[in-house]
Structures are given as C-alpha cells and as structure tokens.
Design a protein around this ligand. Sequence first.
Ligand SMILES: *Cc1c(COP(=O)(O)O)cnc(C)c1O
Length: 462
Amino acid sequence: MQFRNIPSVERVIAAEPLADAIQAYSREWIVALVRQQLEKARDGVRQGGAAPSVAEVAEATCRAIAEMTRPAPRPVINATGVIIHTNLGRAPLSRAAVEAARLSAEGYSNLEFDLESGRRGSRQAPLQSLLQELTGAEAGLVVNNNAAAVLLGLSALAAGKPVIVSRGEAVEIGGGFRIPDVLAQSGAQLVDVGTTNRTYARDYESAITDRTGAFLKAHASNFRVEGFTAAVAPEELVALGARHNIPVLHDVGSGCLLPTEKYELAHEPTPQESVAAGVGLTFFSGDKLLGGPQAGIVVGTKDLVGRLERHPLARAFRIDKLSLASLVATLLHYRLGEAEGEIPVWQMISMPLPVVKERAETWLAALEQALADAGVEAKVEPGRSAIGGGSLPGETLPSWVLALACPATPGGPEGVIRRLRGGDSPVVARIEGDRVLLDPRTVLPEEEDGLLQGLNEALAGG
Ligand SMILES: *Cc1c(COP(=O)(O)O)cnc(C)c1O
C-alpha cells in the first residue's frame, strides 16, 4: 500500500533543504506548506501514483516557498515590439522618474505641505506650472488614471444633464472603459448624434437644448474608421458651444505631447492642440505616449478645472505620492527638451533603424552556439514594431527582428515562447507564421543579458 510510504511531516521538515527555510520563516508556516504537499501526495496515490520520497516532498515545498515569497508583479522582458503594452504595464519609466518615486516612497516629503509658510499645501501644486507650460492651459488637475479623469469631469459638469456625443465616438477603449457606460455612471445622459462614420456640426446643433451639459469628444484610440468619414473638429465644436454656452470636453487618450509625424507615424492628437482650439477640458493618460506613470491628467480653464477639484470624486480618485513624483519627473523631461533622450517610450520610438538592426545582429552572434546545438535557423530581417496601448491605432514603425525557425526544438515555436516566459527573467515574444520573432526596439539595453540567458535556456529545451 503506497499510502504507508508517504513520508511524515516530521521527516520532511527535518530534511536538509527545509532547515534554512525554517530559520528564515516561521516553523508553523513551513509545516503548513509541507502538509499541503503531503495532501497532494495522498491525492496522487489515490489516483494510482507512487508515494514521493522525503527529498521530493521537501523539494516541492521549497518550490512552493519560492513561489509564495516572490515579489509580484515580476519584471518581464518585452521582446514583442509593442511599445505601450497594456498587459506588460504600459510605459517603462525614465531613470529620473524611478528615482523620484523612490525618494518619495522612502521617506517623508512635502506632498501636502508648504515649506515656506509651514502650512498645509496642495499635492497638485508642482504640476500647475508644468501643465500650463506644456499644454498652454490655464489650469490642470491630476488623478489616478484617465478613466477616473473623464468620469470626474462628467460628474462635476454634467450630472443630470444631457451630453452630446458623436455616434462615431461612443467608443470602447478596452479594459471596461466605454464612453456610454462612463456617461451613465456620471449621471449624465448620453445623446448620440450623427452616424458611425459621419457626424457634422449641424448634428450636434440640432440636439442642443437649454439643459445640454457638454459636448464630449473622445479619441478612437484603438481603431480607425477609413473611407467615407467625417467628424467635427474641436475648433468647430468650440465655436458652436460658445454660441450656446456649452463646454467642450475632449478625451484625447494617449497624452502625446510630441509630434508623431516626425517618426512617419500618423498624427496623434495632442493635448496642446485641444487647448489651443479652446476646448474647456482635455483629458489624457500619464502612461501611454506621455511615457510616465499611471495617471489621469485634466487640463483646461481655471473655472472648469476648479469645479472638478471641488467635486467629492476628486478625493476618491486622487493620485498617490509615488505616481505624482514620477509624473513630475517625466514632465520635467519635456520642459527640458530631453523627452526623446530620456523617456523610454520615446527612446524606443526614436531608436534609429541601424541601431535596432545592430542589436538584433549582436543577439544572433551571441546565440550562435545555442542555435547550432538546437538546430534552429535564425536570421535578422526587417519587421514592424507597434505603438500599441490605445495610441495611434494600427500604426507601426519599421524595425528589425531576430527570427527563429524552430520546428525541431521541443514543442516547436510555441514551446520556445513558453519556455521564454517560464525562465528566471521571463521574456515575452511573438510568433508570426511559424517563427519566433524578437524585436530589440522594446528590450531595454540593461535587459539584454537576461534575454540572452532566457533564449539559451529556451533553445536548449529547458
Ligand atoms: C486609454 C484611454 C482611456 C483610459 O485611460 P486610463 O489611463 O487607462 O484610465 C480613456 N480614453 C481614451 C480615449 C483612451 O485612449
């Protein structure tokens, strides 16, 4: 009978690999984990398996300890070529932004304290001049994310009132953010006008009543309507709103402060364009093309921003000190004209093609032996990187990729990318056709050693 061969708790915890764990953690916790492993062993025996040895249970317990004491989320190497990858945490921060978050986390700060007067201050204060300077707006307010910013704006300005939205802009951005639902949640009433592909100023105009709370424009961040289309420009809507005393709210999404045309990408609407057009409130994210931490930024007129500040949801949505510090550091890069050189998403977008190619070639050379041993055919070839993450829908940048044809490796290309994910420094790559593609554009230089180690292991069959 195999049950009798299942080791006792005492024998397992006496086993060598667990001695250190008992030193480091509480004995009770280790005993509980051993019991869990023994329970699994009993299940295995019930299903006709053999009883594990003491060493096997001890080892399984050690693996469980490692798993349960590992910090999360884990750092991941992004070799997908998707620059703003929502599932991988969107924008990596600049060194200065990381350092700012660290400093604000480590000790106390003047978060809400005015050092000059010794009185209470506002956490929004350091952002005011930056947002004014960078967007041209009179005032700004920062909250937890852009979804919160839009909900706050609608709640403060239009609760109980009709809000006019083009049918082509009653969009779903993803992750549960749908303009009609956000409007409903704010207490405003959606009045959708025009058609999916064409909306004119007269459509908005004919829906105006004396109760209309706002016009809302939303950037279709993750899809493109092509062909027979028409939308009303912010300027035109502002002019119409001015005649009827109706504010225009514009959710531009990605918070792109730099001209994307410079990189032969489509034009991404910028907050400063909306402000210049006279839009009352412009909303955008901190962690898309702005390249900073998760945050929702609102800029606009003093009067409208003030109404948001005084709304109770402003407190519920307030930004935390770590994000605030790294957002200020990120915006400083723009003030200093060093965004492309310092902010990772812009470093990636602006990375010259020969540099991308050279990095892929360096990887290829470093992997020569592992590739030969695994019988994998690899080459460096032209590919495309994507902007991703609710910015510049469908837009890609020319790139160079390391392509691996691995039909003979265990599990084929799927096996390779699974083993890449399972390594000590997990690597996320993509498959195109039946090849594994690795794009250097989204791999930070300091991650290259981890990437090469992961590839060596994944190719060896793990
Ligand atoms: C991404 C996006 C949002 C949501 O922003 P979060 O910062 O993720 O909350 C809202 N509106 C638009 C147009 C977006 O692109």
